[in-house]
Ligand binder design. Structure first.
Ligand code: AMP
Ligand code: MG
Length: 419
């Protein structure tokens, strides 16, 4: 009889038996408990604040709006002096414009010209819109009743002086800068940027664009991880590439200490002969091999190198990408002072069919088309093209599931991860 390979086992893609696989949520809550900020604080001009992490609460120094004002161009008066039906009021001399308020008092039963943003003069609590008025010589006519306070903005109706406008730990957005400016701040207390070193490992890995011999592959992870760190608002520091050589790796890590606050490596993180990242971290006694029930993902080696946290990401680009988003990003957020950053996902109908096994969380490369989540044709974790094709991830919870088109699945856009 000709020799045949053994038949494929039904469980060939199942998780190894007898191993304690940590669920993703348990792994995340451990990170959440154990990590804290490692960054200093500094003040930056307001205009430089975007993407930075706020180090203290921002308290409103001034109300917004700082005084009652008019929301429209029109005529202001005291509502109490106006009844129902047609109203004709005498106009006082002058007007109130934004930045050039009317100085006097408007007597009850009279009206004054007001322009959008102008402070309401004394005696005015209500404004009628230009379009609802007829204006004659020294008087204005409109139809009552007009609700007291119409077309005006109250002092502090947006933000009252003394309240916390922005909380420490917030990653500042352009809208936050507008808010901080509106309530009187010209500079902001922020944490210094987290410095994130990125290192690639592997004898087969060569610099993109160089000539590659057979058996070699271009370093796809380093440009990806560096730019992800930069998108998260961190200072991304290129630690280059090292071969599968423990001494070279040791020297490179030693050289990074002092220049970085965290290190991301890719490759060499499992338990194989050439897996020097995990071996080296184990030597120092500071390795934790995280066997996380996650696809794509395993293995993830977490350790400390002379006080610097090292995230040993998998070598496969897809797994490195997913582990970066799911684990390294929230972990680095804590180191950076930003608190816990959970991505926001949306339940959308699936455009695909999938039978998912229980026992691990899965992330599929996905994008939304016509309101439905499409997933990339292959789940292979070397398929870099799928990462680029996708616009987010579909997150499938740890339990088993048979997904049919139209079933709701959780889609997390790349943007929700800060990309
Ligand atoms: P490793 O985790 O070192 O066993 O690597 C797993 C797979 O990822 C192998 O196929 C490696 O060739 C590949 N890989 C490792 N590092 C990189 C990298 N920087 N860019 C692209 N692929 C990589
Ligand atoms: Mg390797």
């Amino acid at each position: 009889m000709p020799l045949k390979p053994p038949p494929l086992r039904n469980d060939c893609f199942a998780l190894p038996p007898g191993v304690d696989w940590t669920p993703v949520d348990a792994a995340l809550s451990m990170l959440r408990q154990r990590l804290s900020p490692v960054v200093a604080r500094e003040d930056v001009p307001l205009g430089d604040g975007v993407g930075r992490v706020l180090a203290d609460d921002i308290v409103a120094r001034r109300s917004n709006p700082p005084e009652a004002n008019t929301a429209v161009d029109g005529y202001g008066f005291a509502a109490g002096a106006v009844g129902e039906g047609d109203v004709v009021l005498p106009l006082v001399e002058g007007r109130s414009a934004a930045g050039a308020p009317f100085s006097g008092r408007v007597p009850g039963g009279a009206a004054v010209r007001v322009l959008t943003g102008a402070a309401l003069p004394e005696g005015v609590d209500t404004v009628v819109l230009d379009e609802d008025c007829a204006v004659g010589e020294g008087e204005v006519a409109f139809r009552g009743p007009v609700k007291r306070g119409a077309n005006t903005r109250k002092v502090g109706e947006d933000v009252a002086e003394g309240v916390t406008a922005l909380s420490a730990g917030r990653v500042l957005t352009p809208a936050d800068l507008a808010l901080a400016a509106a309530v009187g701040h010209g500079a902001l207390p922020v944490f210094s940027r987290l410095r994130v070193g990125v290192l690639s490992t592997g004898d087969e890995v060569v610099e993109p664009g160089r000539t590659a011999a057979p058996g070699q592959i271009f370093d796809a992870n380093r440009p990806m991880l560096l730019s992800m760190a930069a998108r998260f608002g961190y200072e991304a520091i290129d630690l280059g590439h090292v071969r599968d050589d423990r001494n070279a790796l040791r020297a490179r890590l030693d050289g990074a200490v002092g220049a970085v606050d965290a290190i991301l490596t890719s490759g060499g993180a499992s338990a194989g002969d050439e897996d020097h990242v995990s071996a080296l971290l184990r030597e120092t006694g500071a390795l934790a091999e995280w066997r996380i029930a996650l696809k794509p993902g395993r293995p993830l080696a977490l350790g400390m190198w002379q006080g610097v946290p090292v995230f040993g990401l998998p070598g496969n680009p897809v797994a490195a990408f997913v582990c970066m988003l799911v684990f390294a990003r929230p972990a680095m957020g804590l180191l950076a002072g930003a608190g816990w950053q959970a991505p926001v996902g949306f339940d959308v109908p699936a455009a695909f069919t999938k039978r998912k096994k229980p026992g691990r969380r899965e992330y599929l490369r996905a994008r939304i088309r016509e309101g439905r989540a499409e997933v990339f044709a292959s789940e292979g974790s070397g398929r870099v093209s799928g990462l680029s094709w996708a616009e987010g991830l579909v997150e499938l919870e740890d339990g088993g599931r048979d997904i049919e088109p139209g079933d709701l699945v959780r889609f997390i856009p790349y943007g929700s991860f800060g990309l």
